[in-house]
Design a protein around this ligand. Structure first.
Ligand code: HEM
Length: 131
């Protein structure tokens, strides 16, 4: 069974994204990034993206995330602290919705695996940073 089915399908994904963006927009570290973003469109795109990857289709996810956030890295300084904050809000959202731990672990693992793409880093840079 996919994460999508196990979590409870559309209703669960929609509830998670709604709660997630309430938390993100209430975080002063993150609000500057969303100042001029149409949040209904953003929620719709995030629901579609989570639905796709929770169904197990991760093809193209890396490139999509890299392209979607590239200008935020270059122009607005999107970096580790922001990624950690967003991941924290996602984790808190899943806990609030009583998502079982084994699913939360998988979802947080999927988010972590997209970090290099979101921050427009290559794996080599990551190794260099960690040295
Ligand atoms: C694994 C983590 C993340 C995922 C899965 C994710 C997912 C997405 C998706 C699906 C989009 C829509 C792209 C499109 O089709 O236009 C998007 C855009 C966006 N994301 Fe993320 N994101 C992540 C991390 C972050 C972080 C850490 C920030 C920092 C604040 C952020 C801020 C934004 C902003 C501001 C946009 C809108 C860009 C625009 O419309 O110009 N995201 N993200």
């Amino acid at each position: 069974m996919s994460i999508y089915d196990e979590i409870g399908g559309d209703a669960a994904v929609n509830a998670a994204v709604d709660i997630f963006y309430k938390k993100v927009l209430a975080d002063p570290l993150l609000t500057p990034f969303f100042d001029s973003v149409d949040m209904s469109g953003q929620s719709r795109k995030q629901k579609a993206f989570f639905t796709t990857i929770f169904k197990g289709d991760t093809a193209g996810a890396d490139t999509y995330m890299r392209n979607a956030h590239k200008s935020l890295v270059e122009d607005k300084g999107l970096s580790d602290a922001h990624f950690a904050a967003v991941a924290g809000h996602l984790n808190a959202t899943l806990n609030e919705l009583d998502v079982p731990a084994h699913l939360t672990d998988q979802i947080m693992g999927a988010a972590a695996s997209l970090k290099d793409a979101v921050l427009n880093r290559s794996p080599a840079e990551k190794i260099a940073v960690n040295q």
